[in-house]
Design a protein. Structure first.
Lengths: 125, 125
DNA sequence: TGTACATATGACAATATGTTCATACGTACA
DNA sequence: TGTACGTATGAACATATTGTCATATGTACA
């Protein structure tokens, strides 16, 4: 009973290519972490939060008002962002101010948006 | 009966900040598309496929062998990637070769991996 | 110490996502 | 035309994710 995987391997078209690429692949752990990083960006609430924080540090309340969402929803996402070290928090009395933890984040946002815009452009032609 | 959102707004700490940031926010649609772009990157199977294709064009079978996954799993993800215009396909007889559709993709992968690596570094200190 | 406000957290429901199996489609070639 | 191979697709299941409600925590201040 052959699985499709076995079929693929036995009849594999480009074993040489596969080997070469395999040697160049990063460690699985690194790929998982990379996927996790992008996963964090892959939600419109979190992206909106990040974009907002790239303009100014803000407290939870501010973000609720800006995004017109309930406070626990924002807090949950901020927790995710904080655990991924994408966002950092600073307490001032009762209020907690959030901001981007790193300038890479801004660059990733910009590069992504650039791609989205160019896709948009090419759609209209 | 006040919702937490209303509480936030009425007591809002930084209405001025919220207004300023609000003016600078991209359109909601753009933010959704940006999130969708990152969502596509946010899965380890797809990231692995993309990284592999950034080294060389490959057919479905090659990817199955490289990632040790079943063929339909790879095909489904390739379909997602193709629909997002991140990957393109080229047919040659029975075989279909996939490759990256755009050089932005490579830059996004690199920038992301750079961030992951630097996080890794700072963890060990 | 008690009250009010800003934020965090846990449980839950609804939805989305990824992989698998079975099977269909398309091409080459006997 | 029939068979074989490479790939695509649809349904189904398992798991993950998001927002909501209710409630807890922490801080300021009377």
């Amino acid at each position: 009973m052959k699985t499709s995987l076995e079929v693929c391997i036995t009849e594999g078209i480009h074993q040489a290519v596969v080997n070469t690429v395999d040697r160049k692949m990063p460690e699985q752990v690194a790929l998982y972490e990379l996927a996790d990083l992008f996963k964090i960006f892959g939600d419109s609430t979190r992206i909106s939060i990040l974009w907002a924080l790239s303009e100014s540090e803000m407290c939870v309340c501010d973000l609720c008002a800006l995004l017109k969402m309930k406070q626990p929803a924002i807090s949950h996402q901020l927790k995710n962002l904080k655990q991924s070290r994408i966002v950092k928090a600073r307490r001032e009395g009762k209020i907690i101010y959030y901001s981007l933890d790193d300038d890479h984040i801004r660059r990733l946002l910009d590069l992504g948006m650039q791609h989205v815009n160019e896709l948009q452009m090419s759609m209209t032609h």
